[in-house]
Ligand binder design. Structure first.
Ligand code: FPP
Ligand code: MG
Ligand code: MG
Length: 321
């Protein structure tokens, strides 16, 4: 027997499930209007990390006696990836972003109107799939996610604040809510105990916040992210690295308040952030959330899927894209 090291890669544990997910979503996005199928499938086909469905699949396996994923749990993975893709179609319009995953963004390739409408279509198809679960509690949970995404985005657009708690609230709404509540729903549809439901929700919440902290940190890096970097300050956004830098350099306060809107603001703020402990403090904070995520699932019985969840935590923390 050859034991391959790659078997420990969490994504390999769900490789076949992810291929199935991709083809199912593509079928669901077939429209009598070919253009719509093309645009709504554009990010789905150009494989991202698939981190959200991977988490749901591993949580499902880790908490099942048979280590099997139920059809409803699969559907929730598909719904989650579709909501995520819809939010990216809208996000790249809002952020006026030219590339994603190393290809032209949907607004660049098809225009803003097409991008928005294809996002709406993705959401609608996700809702049809959600309804097919015949579970009104889960419909409420996943609809709350959609509301939270919009709340997070509006909070981000409307608050130029140095208040870290508002930044964390926004981060929960725009990123962690989807991972957390979808994880919760995946446990509910297959009748897990209250304890396990709560553990999955906490895991997703803490992992989701860590994920966005690292995203905000990487925006200050020179790594090839497959999307524009050094973008947040230009968008007027003060994320964790800038908020930590503000604690050391109070002169950042007025720049944050005016959304880095005056000539030279972005350059000055970038220099102050890179001179400060902002980057390392952001990573330390992400580590704390990662540790909380691991503690949330620490009572799960040992299994390859559980190990996979622990590994995803480390990958999220140490990723470079
Ligand atoms: C990416 O963040 C975007 C999100 C996490 C959520 C965006 C949500 C909306 C646009 C609200 C509309 C929602 C739906 C469901 C249609 P980012 O811009 O910080 O990251 P990026 O660098 O990957 O663009
Ligand atoms: Mg955005
Ligand atoms: Mg964006």
């Amino acid at each position: 027997v050859i034991v391959t090291k790659t078997a420990s890669n969490p994504f390999n544990l769900v490789h076949a499930d992810l291929r199935h997910l991709e083809s199912t979503i593509s079928l669901l996005l077939q429209s009598t209007v070919p253009k719509l199928s093309q645009i709504s499938n554009y990010y789905i086909n150009n494989s991202g990390k698939r981190i959200r469905p991977t988490i749901l699949l591993l949580l499902s396996k880790a908490t099942s006696k048979s280590h099997l994923v139920s059809p409803s749990q699969r559907k929730l993975g598909e719904i989650t990836e579709m909501i995520h893709a819809a939010s990216l179609l809208h996000d790249d319009v809002i952020d006026n972003s030219s590339t994603r995953r190393n290809i032209p963004s949907t607004p660049t390739a098809f225009g803003n109107k097409m991008s928005i409408l294809a996002g709406d279509y993705l959401l609608a198809q996700a809702c049809i799939l959600l309804a097919s679960l015949n579970n009104t509690d889960v419909v409420k949970i996943m609809s709350t996610v959609i509301a939270n995404l919009v709340e997070g985005e509006i909070l981000q657009l409307s608050s130029r604040t140095t208040d870290f708690s508002i930044y964390l609230e926004k981060t929960y709404l725009k990123t962690a809510s989807l991972i957390s509540l979808a994880s919760k729903a995946a446990m509910i549809v297959d009748s897990r105990s209250e304890e396990v439901i709560h553990a999955a929700e906490e895991f997703g919440k803490n992992l989701g916040i860590a994920f966005q902290l690292i995203d905000d940190m990487l925006d200050f890096s020179n790594f090839d992210l497959g999307k524009p970097s050094n973008a947040d300050l230009k968008l007027g956004l003060a994320t964790a690295p800038a908020l930590f830098a503000y604690e050391e350099f109070p002169e950042l306060g007025p720049l944050i308040s005016r959304g880095f809107g005056e000539p030279g603001d972005v350059e000055l703020a970038t220099n102050l952030v890179l001179t400060s402990q902002g980057i390392s403090k952001t990573k330390e904070l992400a580590r704390k959330y990662i540790d909380r995520a691991k503690i949330a699932i620490s009572s799960f019985e040992g299994s390859p899927a559980k190990d996979g969840l622990d590994e995803i935590c480390e990958l999220v923390l140490n990723r470079e894209k």
